[in-house]
Design a binder for this molecule. Structure first.
Ligand code: PEP
Ligand code: MN
Length: 339
């Protein structure tokens, strides 16, 4: 339910409504607008009719149901776009299009620092690199784990770039959140609900990648788990879905950008590297994503892709990354954005 307060409702009146929401067993999520405050009341669907009586409290204008199942992620409760600042200069959801770039995996200290310098020179705002890698085969490189996290921290110290890295299990959420400025949830874990709930307990923003066979509605319900658990800072990342097409690794669903812009106030990032699976397609799809309104990009870049320990075939060289950035800068300017 949305409790719409009257314009000029006092702080005490707002607090009294929040208190009543809690008494009914719901969680209040206030949104302070310029003109008026609205309070989302979310929780167990079964007893929601009790909330209707809140329209008798002083300062309340009306009580209206939220029709979409993603109560906090949806536009019904919050009309304006949410700005998420990962670090100064790395903001998602505003006029700027922020680029996250780096290798698929952290492979060593000097390698990650070289990659960081290269993507920084190209204009990336955040360094990416996996320390814990979800690999299809148990015989593939699984990531440098704790050591990899420490290398990312050193790369941040040396370059000043904030870092994004994946967490795969609940027991590591706190540890990864210590190092990561942006915590990635990979496609394979989009519906790992215990992991999503655990992310509600940390304050760092979350990059939630779309499940490889998930609908947009399922994806938004996963976002809702993180928001409902207490972390409001979620960025969605379209990374391609599984279809009958085999010419590309996945099918990059660019229409998801438009759908999400209508359905949610949260920022949307596109990952054309995993979306296509081949470096030659990455630049075009990055440009198309920005043209379609993406708030950010995630690009795999490796100083020497042929020697990469994972996803080399879809990684750009620093030179190709610099060329991509030039192109997307021009596209961004043409659609009223900047990079
Ligand atoms: C990655 O970003 O390297 C990754 C494993 O992504 P995804 O979860 O989208 O496959
Ligand atoms: Mn990868």
């Amino acid at each position: 339910m949305i409790i719409v307060m009257q314009a000029g409702a006092s702080e005490r009146e707002i607090e009294a409504v929040e208190e009543a929401i809690r008494r009914f067993g719901y969680a209040p999520h206030p949104i302070y607008g310029v003109e008026r405050t609205v309070i989302g009341a979310v929780g167990d669907e079964r007893g929601k009719s009790r909330l209707q009586s809140l329209d008798t409290l002083p300062g309340v204008e009306r009580v209206i149901p939220i029709l979409k199942p993603y109560k906090l992620a949806g536009r019904e409760l919050r009309k304006e776009k949410t700005l998420i600042e990962v670090a100064p200069g790395a903001v998602f959801g505003g006029r700027a299009v922020s680029v996250i770039a780096g290798p698929c995996s952290v492979e060593g200290l000097e390698a990650i620092c070289a990659a960081a310098e290269a993507v920084k020179a190209g204009g990336a705002r955040i360094l990416r690199g996996g320390a814990y890698k979800p690999r299809t085969s148990p015989y593939s490189f699984q990531g440098l784990a704790e050591e990899g996290l420490q290398m990312l921290a050193t790369a941040r110290d040396r370059t000043g770039l904030p870092v994004a890295t994946e967490v795969m299990k609940e027991s590591l959420v706190e540890r990864v959140a210590e190092t990561a400025d942006l915590i990635q949830i990979g496609t394979r874990n989009m519906q790992n609900f215990d992991l999503l709930k655990a992310l509600g307990q940390v304050r760092k923003p979350v990059l939630l990648k779309r499940g490889l066979a998930s609908t947009i509605r399922e994806w938004l319900m996963s976002v809702e788990y993180v928001l409902a658990a207490g972390n409001p800072n979620v960025i969605l990342c379209e990374r391609g879905i599984r279809t009958f097409e085999t010419a590309t690794r996945n099918t990059l669903d660019l229409s998801a950008i438009s759908v999400l812009k209508r359905e949610t106030h949260l920022p949307v990032v596109v990952d054309p590297s995993h979306g296509t699976g081949h470096w030659a397609f990455v630049e075009d799809m990055a440009a198309a994503a920005v043209a379609a309104g993406a708030d950010g990009l995630m690009i795999e870049v490796h100083p020497s892709p042929t020697e990469a320990w994972s996803d080399g075939e879809q990684s750009l060289t620093p030179e190709r990354f610099a060329r991509l950035m030039e192109k997307v800068r021009a596209v961004a300017a043409a659609v009223g954005r900047e990079i």
